[in-house]
Design a protein around this ligand. Structure first.
Ligand code: NAD
Ligand code: DAU
Length: 331
């Protein structure tokens, strides 16, 4: 199988490419990534000389990438602007990449007769879940942020390509991923790296917002199952089954690092902050998938990775991230 993976220098995409090359020795992968602030070639350095791997630095919005996508079977679109807080500050890039970039990839896939187009989406398109409420694949979309609205728009566009042109589209919506190589603007890596440096952990609002944590390799295994056994025109949710309040995760991180809870500082809430995400993943379970990494095991492994890879995140935190962090957190 020949796969085009977009956004493969980011967090989830880089784990997915490594997973595919390790598990399918005959598969070929073309990674198309613009290398935005979130893209990091270091994430995928270990496979750069793999005979079945090729990298193209390009924007998914460019029509010109069509030429490189000749003779491929599958397109898996991970490329996106992915951070909610940035979408609240500067939404335009989200519209460009998440909507127009998806549109460009769908057009190319349609013209090239791609056999499978997988759109990597998110549980955030359903919006906030009330207590006791759970969203299913067919639940209505109700996004809260420019990020989740742009992802919802991309999903609807992709589904329209299936209905109108029979482009073989599949949508995958997962819960919050965590693990090694996640950019330190996101909650778990921000809190781990701040705690290592004895800096405050800025917890939004009352700290009781709930997220369902999915270890990144369990997500990769789920995408693999859908790639091979999923049905075109369908949507599949992938959930970690670990719904926790943010304050619980913050305290666990401090416990694993042997740091005091006094590092936690309650700060101004995120505008439009979704209270809780909760999705059912019975549909993918019927294809034979289930998460295998417990939250405790995954979180300990993640904390260990950041402890052992200070060079990786210090380079980021002392670079582009520094200005963003000071501006955003008004430090
Ligand atoms: P990330 O921000 O770590 O990586 C995004 C990657 O896309 C980067 O390598 C970046 O350089 C690349 N990119 C951005 N704009 C591009 C463009 N115009 N052209 C080409 N490449 C571009 O993101 P992530 O956390 O790995 O998320 C990957 C996908 O999974 C996204 O589509 C996101 O919406 C979705 N998702 C993420 C999570 C999560 O918890 N991280 C959960 C559910 C869904
Ligand atoms: O649910 C899937 C989504 O998860 C993905 O689609 C997004 O790409 C990904 O960024 C993530 O979105 P969240 O907004 O849930 O993740 P984030 O890491 O930004 O925040 C997780 C929770 O932690 C959220 O309730 C906000 C809170 N938070 C976050 C930061 C960065 C804090 O309390 N303090 C912080 O400094």
């Amino acid at each position: 199988m020949k796969l085009v993976v977009t956004g493969g220098a980011g967090f989830i995409g880089s784990h997915f490419i490594r997973y595919i090359l390790n598990n399918y020795p005959d598969y070929r992968v073309l990674n198309i990534d613009k290398l935005t602030y979130a893209g990091n070639i270091e994430n995928i350095k270990d496979v750069e000389n793999h005979p079945n791997y090729r990298f193209l630095k390009a924007d998914i919005c460019e029509r010109g990438i069509e030429e490189a996508i000749t003779d491929y079977d599958v397109v898996i679109n991970f490329a996106a602007e992915s951070h909610v807080d940035r979408s609240i500050q500067e939404p335009e890039a989200f519209l460009k990449t998440d909507v127009m970039g998806t549109f460009n990839l769908l057009e190319i896939s349609r013209k090239k007769g791609i056999q499978r187009y997988i759109q990597i989406s998110t549980d955030e398109v359903f919006g906030s879940a009330d207590e006791g409420q759970m969203f299913y694949e067919e639940s209505p979309l109700n996004p809260s942020s420019p990020y989740s609205a742009s992802k919802a728009a991309a999903d609807l566009l992709a589904l329209s390509y299936y209905r109108t042109y029979k482009t073989p589209v599949i949508i995958i919506r997962s819960t919050n991923n965590y693990g090694p190589n996640q950019y330190p603007e996101k909650f778990i890596p921000l809190f781990i790296t701040n705690a290592i440096e004895d800096k405050i952990l800025p917890l939004y609002g009352d700290g009781k917002n709930v997220r369902d944590w999915l270890f990144v390799l369990d997500n990769c295994r789920g995408i693999d199952v859908i790639l091979h056994r999923g049905k075109e025109g369908e949507i599949y949710n992938i959930a970690g089954g670990n719904e926790k309040e943010n304050i619980f995760i913050a305290k666990k991180i401090l416990e694993y690092l042997g740091k005091p809870d006094t590092l936690i500082k309650f700060v101004k809430d995120r505008p439009g902050h979704d209270r809780r995400y909760s999705i059912s993943c019975e549909k993918i379970k019927r294809l034979g998938w289930q998460p295998i990494v417990s939250l405790e095991e995954g979180l300990k492994q993640t904390v260990g990775w950041y402890k052992n890879n200070e060079d990786w995140w210090k380079k980021i935190k002392n670079g582009e991230f520094l200005e963003y962090y000071r501006r955003y957190y008004e430090l």
